[in-house]
Write a protein that binds this ligand. Structure first.
Ligand code: DGJ
Length: 549
């Protein structure tokens, strides 16, 4: 026994030495840091970390990256250099519980250790029963035991690898594993490096609008649960229009079987699937929250176009048209999140903020204009391009994240007051945009209008689309942060009819503190008439305006 202990001890020392070579020293643990939470302030929701508002300037790893500590070694410093403050990493059921009841958290521990050592936070995806509408991340002992963990069936009667959401034993096993994971995180992470969990990944039934396995057919022909009927009746005037339409088509019945209440088309099937999947995901989240009640969310594979029916996209996943069902079935979740790969970024953001759902974008393409839109228009809790480690270290996103990191205290203060406004060019054809705020009309011009910053400076290539945030910080004072735009002010509302620049200062924010740079005037402001943000990276200007006649 003593020899065994000796072996373990030397293994532990070797492991510690190996970690010490790959990661900077871990900052000392702070006792009892406040739990991360999503709180409402004024008109918006904020992610609270260490008791303070926190904007997740995030990136999601490729699916398989965090399954190898070695593979991740060069990735961590790269992510740090990219100014990412939150890494969306992974914890998969197959690796966490390779044998039933035997847990291995080595990979989770390494992600926590590496993120914490770099003062980054983690969101962990629980790849459990669902990963892109399939069950590929379930452990082999689950995959092989298809009687205990039954599969979905499509219209053709053929079973798919996906587990049916109606399998009670599947739910119990998944929830048990997730609970063990959260218990472990609670034990090893008192600092709350892990700030949020994604429960499952892109749930839903693909290839058919409904599960037609025997267990699902029995439920389909049985009564709609009273809990759902009561929720719909109590919230009838607040339901989203898509669900109202499905319910109305059959006369707003308040009891009956699923086909009696919702009909028999693909949208009725989707409501059925959404209820059962959301109930399952909610129960998994509940098991995890019993150990560590940090925010948890579910993400969606979106409807790809207006013609696509449920089953073309995963039927029953948390797409916006069934948010009411998800809310009714999974109140344990703090938000529902879109994975935005379609072009209509703004439309998706708008549809995901209905009914007060806080916006968090766990997967997207890396687009700085979209990032600014999500923050400026919707006070997004965070933004996260997928496959972050594949982006070049000098991606434009890195400079944008660095700028936004310094601005975080300002955003936290002025967003709840409605004093942050986005100015984002929608397409190359859009040349101007105006904003009325604080007694001024701020007229923005996108692209290369106005004069070059200085005659001797080579003109940098403008970004594909111009973007900025306007922050109204005091009477007559505005902070402009962005790239590829310039602004001239006009008077707005009662008072003197003309407006001009009192001062224009270049600078940046560090932890919310203004660090001044040049006083901008002359050539760099088109003769004192224009605030110009046309540098090679996002710039910050603090302007003081005045009115006269
Ligand atoms: C969406 C999934 O949620 C991710 O895990 C990943 O598979 C991406 N698609 C790939 O584009």
């Amino acid at each position: 026994m003593a020899a065994m202990q000796g072996q373990w001890w030397s293994l532990f020392l070797a492991w510690s030495a190996a970690l010490a070579q790959t990661a900077p020293p871990v900052p000392a643990a702070k006792a009892a840091a406040p739990l991360p939470a999503i709180q409402r302030h004024g008109a918006i929701a904020q992610m609270m970390v260490d008791g303070k508002p926190f904007l997740m300037l995030a990136g999601e790893l490729h699916n398989s990256s965090a399954s190898s500590i070695d593979y991740m070694k060069p990735v961590w410093p790269k992510l740090e250099a990219m100014h990412i403050n939150t890494v969306i990493g992974t914890a998969s059921w197959e690796l966490v519980e390779p044998q039933e009841g035997k847990f291995d958290f080595t990979l989770v521990d390494d992600q926590i250790h590496q993120a914490r050592a770099r003062h980054m936070r983690l969101v962990l995806i629980w790849f459990g029963t669902w990963k892109n509408a399939n069950a590929s991340y379930t452990p082999l002992w689950v995959k092989k035991d298809f009687r205990r963990f039954p599969r979905v069936q499509s219209r053709d009667g053929v079973a798919r690898e996906e587990l049916t959401p109606l399998g009670d034993q599947s739910l119990a096993a998944d929830a048990k594993a997730f609970r063990a994971l959260m218990r472990h995180i609670r034990a090893v992470d008192p600092q709350h490096t892990v700030i949020m969990m994604q429960v499952e990944n892109e749930t839903g039934k693909i290839g058919d609008s409904r599960d037609r396995s025997p267990i699902a057919e029995a439920a389909w022909n049985g009564p709609v649960p009273a809990a759902l009927m009561n929720y719909l009746s109590e919230n009838k005037s607040r339901l989203l229009p898509e669900l109202t339409k499905v319910w109305a088509a059959n006369g707003f019945k308040t009891s009956g079987t699923w086909p009696e209440v919702f009909g028999t088309d693909a949208y009725a099937d989707e409501v059925f699937m959404a209820w059962h999947i959301a109930r399952y995901v909610g129960k998994v989240a509940e098991a995890g929250k019993a150990e560590l009640p940090i925010p948890m969310y579910a993400n969606a594979w979106l409807v790809q176009n207006d013609e696509q029916l449920p089953g073309g996209y995963p039927s029953g996943g948390p797409v916006s048209r069934v948010h009411d069902i998800w809310r009714a079935a999974a109140p344990q979740l703090d938000l529902l999140a879109p994975d935005i790969y379609i072009d209509d970024f703004r439309g998706v953001c708008a549809s995901y903020t209905r009914s007060g759902n806080p916006l968090f974008i766990p997967e997207s393409r890396a687009s700085v204009p979209n990032l600014f839109w999500a923050i400026g228009r919707h006070a997004a809790l965070g933004y996260s391009p997928f496959g972050i480690e594949s982006l070049p270290e000098d991606t434009p996103l890195a400079a944008a994240y660095q700028t936004l990191e310094g601005l975080m205290p300002l955003l936290a203060k002025y967003q709840p007051e409605g004093q942050v406004v986005p100015v984002v060019q929608e397409s190359a054809g859009q040349k101007t945009q105006s904003v009325s705020i604080g007694g001024y009309r701020l007229n923005f011009t996108f692209g290369s209008s106005g004069r070059a910053p200085a005659p001797t400076t080579p003109r940098p290539a403008p970004p594909e689309l111009g973007y900025a945030l306007v922050i109204h910080t005091a009477p007559d004072e505005f902070v402009l942060v962005g790239q590829g735009v310039s602004m001239t002010p006009a008077a707005d509302g009662p008072g003197p009819t003309l407006a001009g620049f009192g001062t224009i200062d270049e600078g940046h924010y560090e932890k919310g503190v203004w660090i001044p740079g040049r006083r901008i005037n002359g050539d760099e402001s088109n003769g004192g008439t224009r605030a110009i943000l046309r540098g090679p990276a996002p710039g910050t200007l603090k302007v003081k305006l005045y009115r006269y006649e």
